[in-house]
Design a protein around this ligand. Sequence first.
Ligand code: DGL
Length: 264
Amino acid sequence: MHIGLFDSGVGGLTVLREIRQKFPSSPISYLGDTARLPYGNKAPQTLKQYTQENIAFLDQLHVDVIIIACHSASSVSLNIKHSQKGTPVINVIGPSCEEAIQSTKNKKIGVLATKATTRSQVYPEYIRQQAADIQVHSQEAPLLVPLVEEDYSNTQVAKIILEGYLRPLLDASIDTLILGCTHYPILAQEIQDCCGPNIQLIDPARSVIQSLVERQTAATNDQPKFDIYLTDQSPHFLEHAQKLLNLPDLPPIKALGPLTLKRQ
Ligand code: DGL
């Protein structure tokens, strides 16, 4: 099963990491739309267009399934179940909501996310449809992406910012917290420290794996091909990728250039 996934940039590596662990023999094609990030403060119409273009690009690579790893892109694309060529498309919202619903005991779920995702209301609406008695408390956290990008995760600054963002959720007595952005699993330890041990963190990168497991066809003899495509040669992408994937020898990154979403 050739798996294609995309994100605005570095964050989707948290999803890629889980996929590589779970499907070590599957070919994987990763698209980081680094030329157009950040996605987290873009308007819905813009994100819809980016999403369609990114899906079309992965489709050209003849992938068997496409994952919209980015929450901001997923939040405006719940209706996309297949690409134009008929390739199944999975987003990260549904699987993480399902896991959060299973996890909560007191029926109070928190969602930490970008502005785009929070303002779309996608998480509260999805959860309400599945379980009307669950309260969902959302918090937009726009400073967390730059903190991760600039490697400020394990710092006093990160701690102070996290305490500010998490305080309203803790005051609302949530017992489950969805990390509603691909960057946030990189801050998982700091977030857990701030929340304390009684709050269950939901990492959508892990939740989405179950959807893939369900779709996986019989064992494959495919070569474990692994390609990374970027729409801009972001200088720190390589460092983040080597660290996160624990792969000092990454495959050569294929630079596409902005708006030229054609196969190289
Ligand atoms: N990857 C995006 C998300 O999950 C956040 C990063 C960005 O703003 O581009 O929403």
